[in-house]
Design a protein around this ligand. Structure first.
Ligand SMILES: Cc1ncc(COP(=O)(O)O)c(C=O)c1O
Length: 433
């Protein structure tokens, strides 16, 4: 079928087909969704051949379609693709390599296929290890889409309301920390976790875990100093609970300073979950833990996952580690991250209140004259960037934070393109429509 056969507007036809075949309200990026057909490095191409700078996709961690990862997947797919009930060296070699990047007793792993599955297992593991049910999460987070994990999303209430064993505490706020300073916010967070734990105890659930993303990626990347979570961690441990670090977004060196973002905070989680960048697009994720929680979970559940840790997944994940090491991508993230931050900090707009960064992860927060979240403005800014061939998106409770999280090979030349396009888009987008 040619484009002519599809009618005058093939894009509209795809949108109509999605609605017909996939049902209503299927998320798409951008008001005029792009049909991406090819990727290479930090670049994506649409069906008309137009090239876009990808400033958003952390799944393609070592660059879209990196030849080393593609070759590893193809080689293993041509040899064997079974599951972990047969013995296979690939998954063991990979776990050994992965675990060597962790400290604080993280020594065993379960391979799964998605970040949601990883967090689902992590919750069950904490519950199995503590014999308690209660979970504490931050109040604007997203940890995935299984029934148990989705219940941690404060913004989308499950049918029948949030389960009684879940409590929310306020996420750090980069712009206006609770109590007026980072130190006061850290103390308040500790007090909130202690109160949530006491409440869960009183309700008969007790506390199994506090789960959080160590850069609060879905909460807009608030600047969180080292030690900021110490009071919160002390409170949850004091109540007998564990700490789960969701490294699905910041892991694998993106922050530039540390391979894992929880290490930057000085946080020593009992359980860590990984996903998105792990297989550079091949669906592979993991739950890593200390031997105690792992044994409690394994013994209680006999957990098995058909696709998790299959030889192709292990080959993809190992190839990603190869590239991170061979291309020095963590040091690269630190260097280019600092350079990009300086360019973003030089941007001027009356509503641009704060520019935040963790290596190759950036957040630009916009608020209007009255301090209200400028979500509608940022939505139009995102569209103005797409029109200039730069793909990014927004986050935050009011959608007021521009989120920039490119594949790791993003270089100085790309930072220049991004900053120039942003300066133009800021100048061309009126504050109000
Ligand atoms: C922090 C975090 N955890 C977990 C998930 C879920 O991962 P997946 O979509 O692979 O299930 C996401 C997805 O966006 C995420 O942002």
């Amino acid at each position: 079928m040619t484009e002519a056969d599809l009618g005058a507007d093939p894009e509209a036809d795809l949108i109509a087909r999605r609605a017909r075949l996939m049902g209503p309200n299927v998320p798409t990026f951008y008001r005029a969704p792009v049909e991406i057909v090819r990727g290479e490095g930090v670049w994506l191409w649409d069906a008309s051949g137009r090239r876009y700078l990808d400033c958003y996709n952390n799944v393609a961690h070592v660059g879209h379609c990196h030849p080393h990862v593609v070759a590893a997947i193809a080689r293993q797919a041509g040899l064997l693709a079974t599951h972990t009930r047969y013995l296979h060296r690939g998954v063991l070699d990979y776990l050994e390599r992965l675990m060597a990047t962790f400290g604080h007793g993280i020594a065993q792993g379960i391979m799964v296929c998605t970040g949601s599955e990883a967090n689902d297992v992590a919750l069950r593991m904490a519950q199995a290890a503590t014999g308690r049910r209660g979970i504490i999460a931050t109040d604007a987070t997203y940890h995935g889409n299984t029934t148990a994990v989705h219940a941690l999303s404060a913004r989308r209430t499950p049918v029948g309301g949030h389960p009684d064993h879940i409590r929310f505490v306020p996420a750090p706020d980069g712009l206006a920390p609770a109590g007026g300073s980072a130190a006061a916010e850290a103390q308040r967070l500790g007090a909130a976790v202690a109160a949530a734990a006491a409440d869960l105890e009183a309700a008969g659930h007790g506390v199994a875990a506090l789960i959080l993303c160590p850069v609060f990626a879905n909460e807009g990347l608030p600047a969180v100093p080292r030690g900021h979570l110490d009071a919160a961690v002390a409170a949850v441990r004091g109540a007998g609970g564990l700490v789960i670090a969701d490294e699905v977004q910041p892991g694998f060196g993106r922050t530039g300073s540390h391979f894992w973002a929880h290490d930057r905070l000085g946080l020593a989680p009992d359980i860590v979950t990984l996903g998105k960048p792990m297989g550079n697009g091949y669906p592979v994720a993991a739950v890593l833990a200390r031997p105690g929680p792992m044994a409690a979970f394994r013994e209680r559940t006999g957990y098995f996952n058909t696709f998790g840790g299959n030889p192709v997944a292990a080959a993809a994940a190992a190839a990603v580690l190869d590239v991170i090491e061979a291309e020095g991508l963590m040091a690269h993230a630190a260097r280019v991250g600092a350079e990009t931050l300086a360019r973003l900090q030089a941007l001027r707009h009356p509503w641009l209140r704060q520019v935040r960064a963790e290596g190759l992860f950036f957040a630009l927060e916009f608020r209007d004259e009255a301090g209200a979240p400028a979500g509608e403005f940022v939505a139009r800014l995102v569209e103005a960037m797409v029109a200039r061939g730069v793909l990014l998106n927004r986050v935050g409770a009011g959608g007021q934070i521009l989120k920039i999280r490119p594949p790791m090979p993003f270089g100085s030349e790309h930072a220049e393109i991004l900053a120039r396009a942003l300066a133009e888009a800021l100048a061309a987008t009126p504050p109000r429509p």
